[in-house]
Design a protein around this ligand. Structure first.
Ligand SMILES: *[C@@H]1O[C@H](CO)[C@@H](O)[C@H](O)[C@H]1NC(C)=O
Ligand SMILES: *[C@@H]1O[C@H](CO)[C@@H](O)[C@H](O)[C@H]1NC(C)=O
Ligand SMILES: *[C@@H]1O[C@H](CO)[C@@H](O)[C@H](O)[C@H]1NC(C)=O
Ligand SMILES: *[C@@H]1O[C@H](CO)[C@@H](O)[C@H](O)[C@H]1NC(C)=O
Length: 364
């Protein structure tokens, strides 16, 4: 009852403001308030961790700076929590500088095993490629990727002297025109922009089930901090029309990074209704529906938030195996821990029981 009421109220509140506001009301903010309230309550409980908590948590920030949506993700030792914060231009630049640094350092993998891994950045892509089939559509999906992002963040900090934490791209912003988002506007403080226009017949997502029309890109990215980057590994499971797969999953295949930013995908799936459903709505009632709404119901033509995050970027990011080739990958993982935390704190019973190891416990 509580869940349904909250869902209905949140939707009503959303509809009320979305007509007036230039930027869509930030539903994350609404849900987050419930989560933080639950978190504060839990902080005083017997399950509360002593060394790792909301007060000493690291802060992961939203890349975009605009007045309505400001939030932050806390990452404590094993937990990620949300509150409010935003990222300054200088912080964004220091982040992309560190990523470029990782791309300039040599690989630590054995070249006999992974000939295509040339840089330290490629090492992360290779790990994702190698484990793809046991970390997607599986129960470890979120925990694996959370650990992966933490490892990457640690490499940026320890090997490239980055002082901040992994930022994130808020999926629920700029859906109608991703190219003007501070994340993708192509400026020096962005994560680089769209690919150059190359006529092509869209992409096919959802394990071959869902056709996604072309945007205005399709070619190499031409602006921003990653404009000259070289992608060394993949594609292994290309989804954009005209792309061909590489002979071997670890083969060296140097090329530019391609994108085809898609308002179609963002407006259809990266929407408040889908977020609300799996955080405080009906799909949050159990792990199965939570996962379905997050990872997609492909035969029904429902891409889900996770795949929509990939296909809103398109190009290399649409490859199930080698999608971390696009550095936006690491920033687009973060909304998902937030979703788990918010769903856990707001709705799913038992998800936070023993909260140092909470993420994949079955609901009581
Ligand atoms: C890939 O995974 C297998 C185990 O599944 C492991 O034996 C192998 O070392 C891994 N390769 C790399 C490059 O990490
Ligand atoms: C574009 O691709 C879709 C999906 O594969 C296909 O149904 C359609 O016929 C294609 N259109 C053209 C013009 O090739
Ligand atoms: C990127 O490449 C272009 C030509 O390919 C070159 O003119 C430019 O200086 C390069 N920029 C950086 C930042 O390396
Ligand atoms: C919410 O999720 C449930 C369970 O997967 C699904 O059946 C339903 O269609 C979803 N509702 C909305 C409004 O998307």
């Amino acid at each position: 009852m509580y869940v349904q009421t909250t869902f209905a109220l949140a939707l009503a509140a959303l509809q009320a403001v979305s007509t007036a506001a230039v930027h869509q009301r930030d539903v994350l903010e609404d849900i987050q308030k419930q989560a933080i309230a639950a978190l504060n309550k839990a902080a005083g409980s017997e399950n509360a961790p002593s060394t790792c908590n909301i007060f000493n948590a690291h802060v992961r920030k939203d890349w975009s700076v605009y007045p309505i949506t400001i939030h932050r993700v806390f990452d404590t030792c094993a937990l990620t929590f949300t509150t409010r914060a935003t990222m300054a231009a200088a912080e964004r630049k220091s982040y992309t500088k560190a990523v470029n640094c990782l791309m300039s350092k040599p690989s630590m993998l054995d070249p006999a095993m992974v000939p295509g891994a040339k840089t330290r950045y490629d090492d992360f892509v290779a790990q994702h490629i190698n484990q793809t089939l046991s970390i997607h559509g599986t129960g470890n999906f979120l925990s694996w990727h959370r650990y992966f992002v933490w490892s990457y963040e640690t490499a940026l900090r320890e090997e490239c002297h980055y002082q901040g934490y992994q930022p994130y791209w808020n999926w629920f912003s700029y859906q109608s025109n991703p190219t003007i988002s501070p994340v993708f506007d192509g400026s020096d403080t962005s994560m680089s922009g769209d690919g150059a226009f190359v006529a092509h017949n869209g992409s096919v997502g959802g394990a071959g089930a869902i056709f996604l029309p072309s945007g205005n890109g399709g070619g190499c990215i031409i602006s921003g901090p990653f404009r000259n980057m070289t992608v060394n590994l993949g594609p292994i499971s290309p989804t954009m029309a005209g792309e061909t797969k590489v002979a071997d999953k670890f083969a060296w295949n140097p090329r530019c990074l391609k994108r085809d930013l898609s308002a179609y995908t963002a407006e259809k799936w990266l929407v408040p209704n889908n977020l609300l459903n799996l955080t405080t709505g009906p799909a949050a009632r159990n792990i199965e529906t939570f996962q379905n709404e997050l990872q997609g119901r492909f035969p029904q033509g429902f891409l889900g938030l996770h795949a929509a995050g990939h296909f809103m970027i398109g190009g290399d990011a649409g490859d199930l195996f080698s999608s971390p080739s696009d550095p936006i990958f690491f920033a687009s993982r973060l909304p998902r821990p937030r979703l788990v935390d918010m769903a856990g704190l707001a709705s799913i019973p038992g998800l936070y029981r023993g909260w140092n190891h909470y993420a994949f416990q079955q609901p009581a």
